[in-house]
Design a protein around this ligand. Structure first.
Ligand SMILES: Nc1ncnc2c1ncn2[C@@H]1O[C@H](COP(=O)(O)OP(=O)(O)OP(=O)(O)O)[C@@H](O)[C@H]1O
Length: 976
């Protein structure tokens, strides 16, 4: 006897505490339908760990708690205790008696478990009973339902009974657990494999990226160090440059001021000279008046003299010798006076004539030199004039040689916006660079869209007016210089900018501008163009100010044609020609004026000279005549008064001759004064002209100075912008003040450093896109990769272990299952014959090759019948066959406790008796609790317990005798 006692309280219909004490091996539980017999069965299963609400015939676990009746209130707790005798140590614990309790509280829904009153887990109870054969799904608790289901079950379903008997359930459970574990391990493993694969996929590229990032960081840090020094150097140089520019600007200012002062001084002097000229003019006029008056005086005196001479002539004829002598003497003296006076004047005249001649020769030399100069200047002027005409003609008709372009423009077609060379105006000094960079494209025609271009092309075709290229604005794509490349280029010597920065255009042509010039670099000279091309790996077109080109790819174009004016350079050349023309005209004019002055001077000199010649020719006979007169008078006088001394005589002031001589002297004086004043006036005029020329020259120089000043201003602004950019770069990129950066400046060759910056920039640019997080990511990923690889190894090892364990369990299960199956099969025939009164029965495996999964079927041959499949038998027969199998199992494997719940319900009286008797065979080995309505069974029980419901809905227990038990069951049942 294994189960010693059951104590129920609040469990299903057992509202009150009920205790069933078992003191014999075969115990019957009897009572009318619905009195609560099966509830005892449920109670045992519940304590042993049943979790299935359905198999406890409820809808929720709280259904096991007494939920009241008409006369009783529901209770709040169900509690069942099973007390086992463990003296045979059926349970694997040291206790002689084991008390297992389960409790459930309605309110909280909480369950409690106890082994020997000590709280424990459900699992502990399950483990405690597992090896005893009393498990939840045990075959030790068999109901009528189990029995009837056995026959109709599928062979695979039937297998569970044999597994239970063979005790492989625990292995199966463990195997299932292991398989679950294996599954989970496999899942983890494949998840891990996926991750590892992903990491593996990442790790190599990341390694490469990390390496690249490290190189980048290294180069960048070197670049930063050097670039700071280069920046500092540049800033220092810019400071110096700005100082120099400031000085130059000051110098230019000073020069300008000096020029302006000189101009104003010269201007003042000119005004003074003009004043003087005015004064001289007035004086000359006055002298002229005096001259006229004196000439009149002289004429009058001459007349008086002639009259006086006539008078004397008359007197001499009729006077005495003494009077004659006196008169002759006076006349002789006058003649002598006149002779001397005329001689002196003639001499002066000759001296003057010699001087004039000299002056005339010099003037002639000056004139021929000036003529020569003038000729040369005129030749240059003509050349310039011709060039100007050509250029003006070109400017008026820039497309004269582009037949198609001209035709399209003249036709005034719709959608024609202009020719490239008209739409873009190069900045000063960039004309040649822009023109040459465009080359033929300068004659491309810009159209509104493709349709306009199509229209123009068909026009050209129709009129056979030549071919042209069209640029539809709508499809033009701007081209730009890569930022990195620009930085590289900016650091190179001679870089001036991008061509698009040096042209002016209407805003709507900005895209076209960038398409044409956006990736063309302008540099100062060819040698630097080559250098920059190399740095930029020959990826850009580079043009110099002179128009030489290093093409994309490295080919070079250059040289010069005699007449290289293009629509873009015409204006520049025209301006230059006009400027030269201006200067040259001025020179020619100057020379012309000079020549005119010289010629008029020469003319004046010649006139003067001729005048002098005339005067001299007139004077010469006069001198001779005067002398002859004196000589004749002297001879006449000596004839009359030979002893008279001539020395005493003297002429008086009021003598006409003296007066006349005085007037002539005055006339000479006035003439000389006039001459000198005229000369002074001429000189002043020349001086004014010279000064005017000088002022013009100074103004031109001033213009040049102002241009230079503007250039200095531009250079200053440029230097200032560059300084600002460098300072900004220093502060924004490196967060350094200039002073701090200066303290960090490397003591190195700056040219070399600059080259290194370019090389480093090139190397950094060549690295392409760099993932700076790569080193960290690589470290993390490779760390994870290593960690997960180790985990994979662990999982693989664990998987191997599980597989080995499963194999071992399979082996045990196959062995135990086979052994038990054979044992049961060995018992079955005897049991069958005993219960059926003959015949035979045999169990067989549906698939003996697969012992672990095979279904179990049974061949049965009751006495007098053929072998049949179990499903073909009657209900009672099916029950009996199932009972045979059950008993065979009990024979093959001893059970400490078997609970039969109306298993024999379907049997007839005779079979019930055989069944009940057969139970007796197990006495001593197994304990039976048999819920039954059948007196046949009751009769074989050692003790009977009756379950009643004296109070409505509340079961009660009491030990009863056989007769009482029979009375307790329904009449119907008894008759059955
Ligand atoms: N939680 C509960 N509270 C009160 N009564 C309950 C509860 N659960 C079940 N019952 C009652 O228990 C009875 C069913 O008991 P049980 O199935 O054990 O009867 P039985 O004696 O085995 O009947 P039969 O001979 O017909 O098989 C029913 O009357 C049912 O109302």
């Amino acid at each position: 006897m294994f189960l010693k006692r059951i104590e129920l309280q609040g469990f299903k219909s057992f509202a009150d505490k009920s205790i069933i004490t078992f003191d014999s091996d075969v115990i019957g539980i009897v009572g009318p339908n619905g009195c609560g017999k099966s509830n005892i069965n449920d109670a045992i299963r519940w304590v042993l760990g049943e979790q299935s609400v359905k198999s406890l015939r409820g809808t929720s676990m709280s259904d096991v708690i007494f939920n009241g009746s008409t006369e009783r209130k529901p209770v709040n707790m169900a509690e069942v205790t099973l007390v086992f005798d463990n003296s045979r140590h059926i349970m694997n614990v040291d206790f002689e008696e084991v008390e297992v309790t389960r409790r459930l509280h309605r309110q909280s829904g909480e369950g409690e478990y106890f082994i020997n009153k000590t709280p424990c887990r459900l699992k502990d109870i399950v483990n405690l009973v597992m090896d005893t054969g009393l498990g939840r799904d045990s075959l030790s608790i068999i109901s009528q339902g189990n029995i009837s289901a056995f026959a109709d079950a599928k062979p695979e379903e039937r297998r569970a009974l044999f597994e239970e008997a063979a005790g492989v359930a625990k292995y199966k459970k463990r195997k299932n657990e292991s398989l679950g574990k294996l599954n989970r391990t496999q899942e983890n493993l494949s998840r891990l494999e996926d991750i590892i694969m992903e990491l593996e996929r990442q790790v190599n590229p990341l390694k490469r990226q990390a390496k690249k990032a490290n190189i980048y960081i290294e180069k960048k840090s070197e670049l930063e160090k050097i670039e700071v020094s280069v920046l500092v150097d540049e800033i220092e140089k810019l400071h110096t440059q700005m100082e120099e520019l400031k000085k130059k600007s000051f110098d230019l200012d000073t020069q300008k001021a000096m020029h302006e002062t000189t101009i104003s001084v010269e201007d003042n002097q000119n005004s003074e000279l003009r004043n003087e000229m005015y004064q001289l003019d007035r004086e000359i006029t006055k002298l002229q008046e005096t001259f006229t008056k004196l000439s009149e005086d002289a004429r009058m005196l001459e007349t008086r003299k002639i009259e006086m001479d006539e008078k004397r002539k008359y007197a001499l004829e009729f006077a005495s010798n003494a009077e004659k002598a006196k008169e002759l003497k006076a006349m002789m003296e006058e003649a002598h006076y006149e002779y001397e006076d005329r001689s002196r004047r003639l001499q002066d005249l000759e001296t003057d004539m010699a001087l004039r001649k000299e002056e005339m020769t010099k003037c002639d030399n000056d004139i021929s030199y000036c003529l020569q100069e003038n000729q040369q200047a005129n030749a240059i002027l003509n050349r310039l004039q011709n060039r100007k005409d050509v250029l003006e003609n070109l400017a008026r008709q820039p497309f004269n040689h582009q037949q198609a372009v001209k035709a399209v423009l003249d036709a005034n077609l719709n959608g024609i916006l202009g020719v490239v060379s008209q739409l873009f105006k190069p900045q000063m000094n960039y004309e040649t660079a822009i023109s040459n960079s465009l080359a033929g494209a300068m004659y491309h025609i810009v159209t509104k869209d493709e349709a306009s271009a199509r229209h123009a092309i068909s026009f050209l075709k129709k009129n056979q007016s030549g071919r042209a290229t069209f640029l539809p604005l709508t499809v033009m794509k701007p081209r730009y210089m890569n930022k990195e490349h620009r930085m590289l280029a900016e650091n190179c010597e001679g870089f001036l900018g991008i061509a698009s920065e040096f042209v002016e255009n209407e805003e709507r042509f900005n895209t076209l501008r960038d398409a044409l010039f956006g990736n063309v670099i302008v540099v100062d000279q060819l040698v630097n163009a080559n250098e920059i091309a190399k740095v930029l790996r020959y990826g850009y077109k580079i043009v110099t100010l002179e128009g030489d080109i290093v093409n994309k790819g490295g080919s070079m174009t250059g040289g010069r044609t005699r007449n290289q004016a293009t629509p873009l350079t015409i204006q520049k050349e025209l301006n230059q020609v006009l400027q030269s023309l201006d200067g040259q005209s001025m020179k020619v004019d100057g020379l012309k004026n000079q020549l005119t002055a010289l010629q008029s001077k020469k003319e004046r000199l010649r006139t003067d000279f001729v005048q002098m010649q005339i005067s001299s020719a007139q004077l010469d006979p006069i001198v001779k005549a005067k002398w002859a007169k004196y000589d004749r008078l002297k001879a006449d006088y000596e004839q009359i008064a030979p002893q008279e001394d001539l020395a005493d005589s003297a002429l008086m002031e009021d003598d006409i001759v003296v007066k006349l001589s005085a007037v002539h002297s005055k006339i000479d004086d006035i003439t000389s004064q006039m001459k000198s004043k005229r000369e002074r006036r001429l000189k002043a005029g020349n001086e004014v002209e010279r000064k005017d020329g000088q002022i013009r020259q100074l103004r031109r120089e001033l213009n040049v100075l102002q241009n230079e000043m503007r250039e200095v201003e531009v250079a200053q602004a440029k230097a200032e912008t560059r300084l600002e950019t460098s300072m900004e770069r220093l502060s924004s990129t490196y967060e350094m003040t200039f002073e701090y950066a200066q303290s960090m400046k490397l003591d190195t060759d700056m040219e070399e450093a600059r080259r290194r910056v370019v090389v480093l920039r090139q190397e950094i640019a060549a690295l392409g896109n760099v993932n700076l997080d790569a080193p960290k990511e690589y470290e993390e990923v490779s760390e994870r990769f290593t960690f997960l690889s180790k985990q994979r190894e662990d999982l693989l090892a664990a998987k191997d272990k599980i597989l080995t364990a499963i194999d071992e369990m399979d082996e045990i299960m196959i062995k135990q299952f086979k052994e038990m199956f054979d044992k049961i099969n060995a018992q079955l025939n005897d049991v069958f014959r005993a219960l059926f009164g003959g015949g035979k029965a045999r169990l067989f495996m549906v698939d003996p090759q697969d012992v672990l999964n095979t279904g179990i079927d049974i061949d049965v041959q009751p006495p007098g019948k053929t072998v049949q499949n179990i499903r073909l038998f009657s209900g009672g027969e099916k029950s009996l066959i199932a009972i045979c199998v059950l008993f065979s199992i009990l024979k093959a494997r001893t059970m400490p406790l078997c609970i039969f719940d109306e298993v024999e319900a379907a049997l007839d009286q005779a079979n019930v008796e055989r069944f009940a008797k057969y139970i007796g065979q197990f006495r001593g080995e197994s304990q039976f609790i048999v819920v039954t309505h059948r007196p046949g069974t009751m009769a074989q029980c050692d003790a009977l317990y009756g379950v009643t419901m004296q109070q409505n809905g509340v079961s009660q227990l009491l030990k009863v005798k056989l007769q009482d038990a029979i009375h307790m069951i329904d009449k119907e049942e008894v008759s059955a």
